[in-house]
Design a protein around this ligand. Structure first.
Ligand SMILES: Nc1ncnc2c1ncn2[C@@H]1O[C@H](COP(=O)(O)OP(=O)(O)O)[C@@H](O)[C@H]1O
Ligand SMILES: O=C(OP(=O)(O)O)[C@H](O)COP(=O)(O)O
Length: 398
């Protein structure tokens, strides 16, 4: 493996260190509901602060439309960071300009400051050189500890590495080492489980992923586009009609290459996206025009669980349903428990990742028994696909 510059090589005493984290954590009513990503970032923050750095945290949060939006403020997340690391964490209401510059100028060695959501500037996602320069003015060194955002070539995840000395943080280092170790020579049959809601970002990579695995198990919002492609009615379900041709290509590729794709055979449907909404189990051709598929049905759960018993390795990103809302967590929780039991019995290697997937596995009480839990979802899938990750490549020693 190519070597990375790590914190072992970084001279950070009295330096302003810009640390890119992935603080894109699950929240509900403004409260952080799963702190896994923060806990994984904590060693880097405390190590830098203990070495006398001025630690300046950068992150995106959600997908604001390129301008400030209070719904996506990092302020409550910064508070949660303070609680996890047990030290005060300051907050600046912008990540560039006078507000940020003054907050940084007031820092003392060992202080930790979190800057507001980088995506409040549309230039972040464009990796705009002028924006990179504005961010770079705030620091002397850049540390990337956001493996789960490393598939994005954005200003704070990649651009800064061109203009400041760049180092991998401890979580980035640990993720790359653990994933390489767990998946260098995976025991077969290998399955990828892909669910969740980020259909447009993830569906088109399933074709390449199919080359790496024996079985593709598709659930969650991701499955609906495939079901629509097969001609099933999906009512008001999360679905991307534009991607139906891509879904058809993936289904055809599986048939041609003898790979198996496991899709739901039934569904739990409701008319409202809310906890305890009246719901029913529906056959695939029985989803009404006003209904949404919010979980896989009991027969689908049985299929997935019996498939797990035959498999040796499972790579999982994306929940099977809207797990935040009872009872639409049933599919995810049942499959997670079965996977955890098989792992504990030494029969299955389970590697799972993604902000919401990890929250779902914690909710199921299963995460501790999985072989490895990554913080990354989309980045994990792209890494599995064999794609170069811009936020990792920029750290490689040339
Ligand atoms: N059938 C569904 N309809 C709507 N949302 C769904 C469905 N299944 C799963 N989800 C949602 O998917 C989200 C997680 O998706 P995603 O962001 O892709 O996962 P991760 O963060 O683990 O990579 C969860 O918030 C969950 O509620
Ligand atoms: O949560 C994230 O990815 P994930 O949902 O695939 O785990 C990352 O923060 C990336 O977010 P983005 O997909 O809005 O760029």
């Amino acid at each position: 493996m190519t070597a990375f510059r790590t914190l072992d090589q970084a001279d950070v005493k009295d330096k302003r260190v810009l640390v890119r984290l992935d603080l894109n954590v699950p929240t509900e009513n403004g409260k952080v509901t799963d702190v896994t990503r923060i806990e994984r970032a904590a060693p880097t923050i405390t190590e830098l602060a203990d070495k006398g750095a001025k630690v300046i945290l950068l992150s995106h949060f959600g997908r604001p439309k390129g301008g400030p939006d209070p719904k996506y403020s990092l302020a409550p997340v910064a508070q949660a960071v303070g609680e996890v690391i047990g030290r005060p964490v300051g907050f600046a209401a912008d990540c560039i300009g006078a507000v940020a510059e003054q907050a940084v100028a007031a820092m003392k060695p060992g202080d930790v400051l979190c800057l507001e959501n980088t995506r409040f500037h549309k230039e972040e996602e464009k990796n705009d050189p002028a924006f990179v320069k504005q961010l770079a003015q705030l620091g002397d060194v850049w540390v990337n500890d956001a493996f789960s955002a490393a598939h994005r070539a954005h200003a704070s995840t990649e651009g800064l590495g061109h203009v400041l000395p760049a180092y991998a943080g401890r979580s980035m280092q640990a993720e790359l080492e653990a994933l390489t170790k767990a998946l260098e020579q995976p025991k077969r049959p290998v399955a990828a489980v892909v669910g969740g809601a980020k259909v447009s970002g993830k569906l088109d990579l399933l074709g390449n992923l199919l080359d790496k695995v024996d079985v593709l198990i598709i659930g969650g919002g991701m499955a609906n586009t495939f079901l629509a492609a097969q001609g099933h009615p999906v009512g008001k379900s999360l679905c991307e009609p534009d991607l139906i041709p891509t879904a058809n290509d993936i289904l055809a590729k599986a048939t041609a290459s003898g790979k198996q794709i496991l899709l739901p055979v039934d569904a739990v449907v409701a008319e409202t996206f809310a906890a305890n909404a009246p719901s029913r189990v529906a056959g695939l051709d029985d989803v009404g025009p006003n209904e949404m598929i919010l979980d896989i049905g009991p027969r689908s759960v049985e299929h997935v669980v019996s498939e797990l018993e035959r498999l040796k390795t499972v790579l999982w990103n994306g929940p099977f349903g809207a797990f935040e809302l009872t009872p639409f967590d049933t599919g995810t929780v049942t499959v997670a428990e079965a996977a955890a039991e098989l792992t504990a019995a030494g029969k299955l290697v389970t590697v799972a990742g993604g902000g919401d997937t990890v929250a779902a596995l914690n909710h199921a009480g299963a995460a501790d028994r999985f072989t490895y839990i990554s913080t990354a979802g989309g980045a994990f899938l792209e890494w599995l696909e064999g794609k170069a990750l811009p936020g990792v490549d920029i750290l490689k020693t040339k």
